[in-house]
Write a protein that binds this ligand. Structure first.
Ligand code: GRF
Length: 209
């Protein structure tokens, strides 16, 4: 049975759409059964409608506190009865209570070569620092921001004259290759979460594309 995946997103949703298409065009161990967004009107909602994927909106702004927002979010997630939660451009920091509840069951994609450049504005910071490469990472989510065990990474070269925009575009192309590969490995048992660590194909070699 394919693993049931709920995606959390806050914006464009290109990773969400890519995962949907990947699962529909390939023999995968996962299917995307729902999308939850935390901002009304974002483009990800249109993508879900176009793909016929149920979408729930849980606007964080409507809740007076983080625990209340997370309770509502958690309820919507549980309604989908997912095997795994995938954060794809989901721009809320989740509490320790939330991440502990879903430990080993929630992954994220981050646009940097972690552990470098956690947080925001990763591409601008990488260029500013004179790095010659950048990329993206897929990791389990824990209570630290962009700190959970790594599953996979993809690299791109930073060229002379690279801008934040041009780098973001190049990295996004890699995200669309890396994310389905990592999710497939998680869902078919090639990646296992154990004691806070990711066991990848029985070892610790990251999935690279
Ligand atoms: C991606 O770069 C992701 O790594 C970052 O936000 C962006 C989301 O893009 N966290 P999209 O919404 O999937 O198009």
């Amino acid at each position: 049975m394919a693993k049931r995946i709920v995606v959390l997103a806050s914006g464009s949703g290109s990773n969400f759409q890519n995962l949907v298409e990947y699962s529909r065009n390939n023999k995968t161990s996962f299917e995307i059964i729902g999308l939850i967004v935390n901002i009304e009107g974002v483009f990800a909602i249109e993508r879900a409608n176009a793909a016929n994927i149920p979408c729930k909106i849980v606007p964080h702004k409507n809740y007076v506190s983080k625990p209340e927002f997370e309770a509502a979010l958690n309820q919507e997630i549980e309604n989908f009865a997912p095997d795994y939660i995938v954060c794809a451009g989901f721009m809320r920091i989740l509490s320790a209570e939330f991440t502990q509840k879903w430990e080993g069951k929630i992954i994220n994609i981050h646009p940097s070569l972690l552990p470098k450049y956690k947080g925001l504005h990763t591409h601008a910071r990488a260029i500013e620092a004179g790095e010659d490469e950048a990329g993206c990472s897929v990791h389990f989510v824990n209570a630290g921001v962009d700190e959970g065990a790594l599953i996979g990474q993809a690299k791109v070269k930073i060229e002379n004259g690279e801008t934040e925009d041009s780098l973001a575009k190049k990295v996004l192309v890699k995200e669309h290759i890396l994310f389905p590969k990592c999710l497939e490995a998680l869902c078919n048992g090639d990646v296992v979460f154990q004691g806070g660590k990711a066991i990848i194909n029985g070892g610790n070699q990251l999935i690279c594309v």
